[in-house]
Design a protein around this ligand. Structure first.
Ligand SMILES: [Zn+2]
Length: 510
């Protein structure tokens, strides 16, 4: 009976809406975005078909080709803009198994830009000894030829903390926290015996590989970044399997692993942003910018970081083209390359397009997942307090009620591509979804996949983005660039300042 009721409820229109004005463009935008959404099809192609989009990879290039084709299909001008180069790394299959003291397949990921193994390689798993010192390090290193060395502290438990808080005794949590702190301190101590360049020292000793684990704090989730290894394979191992290997190594049960990691260094390749444009009819030199990075980390398919942001901007452009094809100001969508390795694509665009920075009315960046926008951050631009509420006043009242407009707000000078513009006092605001669960489970993890996307929210986010662009484009006034004082820097006693902008690194470090 309950199930039936639920089905009926789901079949009912999910989005009652009340339009505060009779603006026909807003009504058409709602119908286009909510009833004829293309977000599911877009997400499938971008995450399942194209897959991860690491800076320099073929996947990123394929995603750029797909964007250009998609825009062309809608009759929207779009172009590839070259801004630099990066190292191509093509990861093939990875197989990792424990071969002693028993056989078990292990869950692991290659760290980005790691060398491969050139076929299967088997060797002992070794933990740095608890009593390792700079004096004993040489003797220990001499026995590591062909070994896989553990280079990060194991976790005492791989359960999410909120579950412990719900079920565990307070003293259990305390004990666990103490154990975690002591393991971290202990391993820091052990590894410090090897000096500053741990990877280099281990590679000089002839190790077959390094194993580490960067647990994300939630069930089954690890953060997977890059390695500095140049000769030996660098792997991230799941919290569970890494803990097991560490316990077996410490209890002298002589664990061994076999690793087959296929990875190719593809050399230095050119890098691009994709920029789409709908030219303004009255004020073509004033710009509204939709901003989201297209690149991702590689251990999953970059669904919430940042296929969702990409799709918000892409779908907003589709809605705009359908409902507002002759905008007053010029509308741009920036699909940036290489955000994950240093906000590079957006920083290069700022440097290469002073006319856009000078003529920017406003921009909107999204880079944190899939829940509906709960906050629009004015980033400290005083005039957002005048303009943003006016743009928001036209959107359906139910949507207004869900979003806090933080104006003028404070500059948040970390984390994503908006800072490539706010540093130059060009107002690019953040469209923010709830953060905590994103941070714990999908941000840069092996779990950032299509199934995490909440399409009801994604549809609404894209529709709202289109409506904000419309409001900003039609606004009779240009926003000023006056900024609120930033918070006081405790070191100097003076308010912090906007900028200076950091020069983007246009080539890979090696
Ligand atoms: Zn991101």
């Amino acid at each position: 009976m309950f199930r039936l009721v639920l089905l009926v409820a789901l079949a009912a229109p999910a989005f009652a809406q009340h339009f505060p004005t009779d603006d026909p463009v807003i009504r058409e935008m709602w119908a286009e975005g909510m009833d004829r959404s293309q977000t599911e099809a877009m997400a499938h192609v971008l995450t399942d078909v194209i897959g991860p989009r690491l800076a320099g990879s073929q996947g990123l290039e394929n995603a750029q080709d797909w964007l250009l084709e998609t825009y062309a299909g809608w009759g929207v001008d779009a172009r590839r803009e070259e801004y630099g180069t990066w190292n191509r790394w093509e990861a093939g299959a990875l197989h990792v198994e424990m071969t002693a003291p028993r056989v078990q397949s292990l869950v692991a990921e290659m760290l980005a830009w790691t060398p491969g193994t050139d076929g299967p390689v088997e060797g002992p798993v070794v933990a740095p000894p608890a009593d390792l010192t700079p004096e004993t390090a040489q003797a220990w290193l001499a026995g590591l030829e062909g070994a896989f060395v553990l280079t990060s502290p194991p976790e005492p438990m791989c359960r999410a903390m909120q579950e412990l808080e719900a079920n565990a005794r307070p003293e259990t949590i305390e004990r666990l926290e103490a154990q975690r702190a002591s393991l971290r301190a202990d391993w820091r101590q052990r590894l410090s015996a090897l000096g500053r360049d741990v990877a280099g020292v281990l590679e000089d000793a002839g190790v077959a590989g390094t194993l580490s684990s960067r647990w994300s704090g939630g069930w089954g989730a690890n953060k997977v970044f890059s390695t500095g290894n140049e000769r030996a394979v660098g792997l991230d191992v799941s919290c569970e399997d890494y803990g097991m290997l560490a316990r077996l190594a410490e209890s002298e049960n002589a664990p061994r692993v076999r690793v087959n990691a296929q990875a190719e260094d593809g050399g230095v390749v050119p890098q691009f942003n994709v920029v789409a444009e709908m030219r303004g009819t009255e004020l073509p030199d004033e710009y509204i910018l939709l901003s989201a990075h297209l690149d991702s980390w590689h251990a999953a398919t970059g669904a919430t970081d940042n296929a969702t942001g990409t799709i918000v901007m892409l779908e907003a452009m589709r809605i705009l083209k359908e409902t507002y094809p002759n905008p007053r100001r010029t509308i741009l969508a920036g699909h940036w390359g290489a955000e994950e390795v240093g906000l590079i694509g957006s920083g290069a665009f700022r440097e290469d397009h002073p006319e856009v920075v000078a003529g920017l009315q406003v921009g909107f960046n999204q880079d944190n997942g899939t829940w509906r926008f709960e906050r629009i951050e004015g980033q400290g631009f005083l005039d957002t307090a005048e303009h943003l509420p006016v743009w928001m006043a036209a959107v359906p009242t139910e949507v207004q009620a869900q979003v806090v407009v933080e104006v003028p707000g404070e500059q948040n000078n970390r984390g994503s591509d908006h800072t490539s513009f706010t540093c130059a006092e060009a107002p690019v605001l953040r469209l923010q979804s709830p953060y905590d669960e994103y941070r714990q489970y999908t941000w840069h993890t092996n779990l950032d996949t299509y199934d995490k996307i909440v399409f009801d929210d994604l549809r609404q986010n894209a529709t709202l983005a289109a409506m904000l662009v419309y409001g900003a484009s039609e606004d009779p006034e240009r926003m000023t660039r006056e900024t609120a004082n930033l918070p006081v820097n405790p070191r100097t006693g003076e308010p912090r300042e906007f900028g200076p902008c950091r020069e983007p690194r246009r080539t890979a470090p090696n």
